[in-house]
Write a new protein. Structure first.
Length: 204
């Protein structure tokens, strides 16, 4: 007597937590950047990721928790780059160059989370705190620029704060055009930005 075994395969259950927390956050951030954080619901996230809302809640309690995790990742990286630059031996100009190099590295490595940071409107406590941390970075860079002006390596015709905003604005523009497969690596990109920031685009 031959025993017949069923060949029916049970389909994968939609809604199982198929991602670890970090992967889930990374994917959600990309959805936020495509549709806007405020316009994205948990249902939209579930549809985009191909899982159920319960699978998302397996890792996070709220949409804002995802936002906070992503912003912390971006800001921790930028603050670490600033601290390392401030501790660099050498002139204020060399420290500014180190800030640029470090910030470019962070932006390229964490481009989705930095993009989300740059698009904040400050509509929640989490967003307001993130914006405050971002403003603190600009203030710290302005302090270094003030020191560079005192040492004579940076022009004094513009205030340190305006120059700091212009420097970060230049770095932040990478979120709109940098693509790893088409662009130079972080080190070369930073070198180009440093040259442009300090020397401009005119022929020497």
């Amino acid at each position: 007597m031959t025993t017949t075994h069923s060949s029916t395969t049970t389909p994968a259950r939609r809604g199982r937590p198929g991602y670890d927390r970090q992967t889930l956050v990374d994917l959600c951030v990309k959805v936020f950047n495509r549709h806007g954080y405020e316009a994205t619901s948990m249902g939209m996230l579930a549809d985009e990721l191909g899982i159920s809302k319960s699978a998302i809640y397996h890792h996070v309690k709220t949409k804002e928790e995802i936002l906070e995790s992503a912003l912390t990742e971006a800001l921790d990286g930028l603050e670490a780059a600033m601290e390392e630059a401030e501790q660099t031996d050498g002139s204020a100009r060399e420290q500014i160059e180190a800030v640029i190099t470090g910030a470019v590295q962070v932006l390229i490595e964490k481009q989705p989370s930095v993009t989300l940071l740059l698009r904040l409107r400050g509509n929640s406590e989490v967003e307001a705190q993130a914006l405050a941390r971002r403003r603190s970075l600009t203030t710290r860079l302005a302090s270094l620029i003030g020191e560079a002006q005192a040492e004579g390596s940076v022009r004094e015709t513009t205030s340190p704060m305006i120059l700091a905003r212009l420097v970060f604005g230049t770095i932040n523009s990478l979120v709109d055009w940098y693509a790893a497969e088409k662009s130079a690596g972080a080190e070369q990109t930073a070198a180009v930005l440093i040259d442009l920031i300090f020397n401009g685009i005119k022929n020497p």
